[in-house]
Design a binder for this molecule. Structure first.
Ligand code: HEC
Ligand code: HEC
Ligand code: HEC
Ligand code: HEC
Ligand code: HEC
Ligand code: HEC
Length: 251
């Protein structure tokens, strides 16, 4: 036990060790592809090319809750039962891609979505990223500061009634189970702009602090807990200090 603790001290404080693969961090795509998806549950089976979808181009206009709460998209690619028919009836992509809010489901537009190209929108990204506050990882855009500085104002609802997030601002200090590892911090306030309480509670986290079991990096890297978002769309796990600000690095 003592030896394990000692190993962890060393591990937690030297970035070199992380880089050398103590954990298998998933490889990061280039910034313009971080959060991009090819949706292909049915497309190729039905003779269409897979559908391109980029998180960065949509989160500039809408928060996560709009799609992942109001419009019922699952937070796992190829799990939502999106069909051409449902889209045309105004569900899923069709809630916006109706020719009014954004281009609709007409013949000339099929290929804007069904193009099988994960790099789709690259030029647009280069223009956009120059106007937003930078960060080191993921899209290399600091999305929290982009909101705080008023550079973007994503809508929090697509409905007409006004929406205000519940004013729950509790900041939590999540102590590691292992001693000597600097804690991770979780701010409800910063998350609640983007997300609905129901995006996290009760499926991802118990509502009671410290009741979430096996809350550790191995599970996070397996896509659980913080890893539900911080591997694919929100800034990636590589940014250790994003969550553990007191981890020291060599630079
Ligand atoms: C705004 C984006 C978008 C546009 C525009 C669009 N689609 Fe799709 N379509 C999707 C998504 C997302 C899916 C689900 C993909 C999957 O499961 O593989 C889908 C699924 C499909 C499917 C397979 C599922 C089914 O219903 O059989 C077909 C066929 C299809 N679309 C045809 C079309 C045609 C034809 C057009 C143009 C008239 C079109 N789509 C325009 C986004 C779009
Ligand atoms: C305009 C709609 C839209 C917005 C806004 C949006 N998403 Fe998504 N998201 C999707 C769709 C569509 C999928 C794929 C669902 C499917 O294929 O079943 C997805 C998938 C995901 C996935 C799974 C990715 C994977 O590789 O499996 C995560 C994680 C995710 N979203 C997180 C977020 C977060 C965090 C935000 C806010 C910063 C956000 N999304 C905003 C539409 C959206
Ligand atoms: C909440 C509204 C909303 C939903 C839901 C939504 N979109 Fe969009 N989408 C937009 C808007 C608005 C734009 C225009 C963005 C811009 O001008 O930068 C856009 C742009 C796009 C583009 C870029 C087109 C281009 O030529 O620049 C693609 C591709 C796209 N959406 C695909 C999808 C797919 C696929 C889905 C469903 C899986 C989807 N969108 C769901 C609002 C939405
Ligand atoms: C998205 C947030 C987030 C990021 C990014 C992150 N961690 Fe963690 N980490 C956590 C949480 C939450 C815990 C569990 C805290 C607890 O036990 O309450 C944790 C636990 C740990 C532990 C304790 C041992 C264990 O597995 O529980 C170590 C060591 C650790 N992190 C190191 C790192 C390193 C190194 C990085 C960068 C490669 C990193 N973390 C990135 C959130 C994060
Ligand atoms: C991005 C994910 C996320 C969102 C969104 C979120 N929470 Fe939490 N919440 C957490 C985490 C993580 C914990 C700590 C769980 C643990 O320690 O086991 C927590 C804990 C709590 C607790 C217990 C706090 C304590 O000190 O015991 C309450 C109450 C709570 N959340 C309410 C809310 C409400 C209300 C909302 C919406 C306004 C919300 N949460 C949105 C992740 C989230
Ligand atoms: C449901 C999705 C989701 C989950 C789960 C989640 N986050 Fe986040 N988190 C986000 C989004 C979206 C942002 C906005 C910044 C971004 O996209 O990079 C964010 C931002 C943050 C920030 C930056 C706040 C700032 O001041 O810049 C921290 C720190 C953070 N998350 C820690 C955590 C920790 C720790 C956990 C697990 C206990 C966690 N998050 C779970 C989606 C999530």
């Amino acid at each position: 036990m003592k030896r394990l603790a000692l190993i962890l001290i060393v591990v937690a404080f030297t970035l070199d060790v992380y880089a050398s693969g103590f954990w298998d961090l998933p490889p990061l795509p280039p910034p313009e592809q971080y959060g991009n998806l090819l949706i292909n549950r049915l497309s190729e089976k039905k003779g269409e090319r897979p559908v391109t979808f980029s998180h960065w181009s949509h989160r500039v206009h809408y928060t996560c809750r709009v799609c992942h709460f109001e419009l019922d998209f699952q937070m796992k690619v190829n799990t939502t039962e999106i069909t051409e028919d449902a889209n045309r009836k105004g569900r899923f992509c069709g809630a916006c891609h109706n020719g009014k809010i954004a281009f609709g489901h007409t013949e000339e537009n099929c290929k804007k979505c069904h193009n099988g190209d994960i790099t789709y929108g690259k030029e647009k990204f280069e223009g956009l990223s120059k106007t937003l506050p930078p960060s080191k990882y993921g899209n290399k855009i600091d999305w929290t500061r982009a909101i705080e500085t008023g550079k973007i104002k994503p809508k929090q609802t697509i409905f007409d009634e006004p929406y205000e997030p519940m004013p729950f601002k509790k900041k939590l200090r999540l102590e590691a189970e292992w001693s000597m590892v600097p804690p991770a911090y979780f701010s409800h306030e910063k998350h609640n702009y983007w997300l609905d309480c129901a995006n996290c509670h009760p499926d991802i986290f118990n509502i009671k602090k410290k009741t979430t079991k096996h809350f550790s990096m191995v599970y996070i890297l397996d896509g659980k807990f913080c890893g539900a978002c911080h591997l694919r769309v929100a800034f990636p796990i590589d940014d250790c200090r994003g969550c553990h600000p007191d981890i020291t690095t060599k630079y």
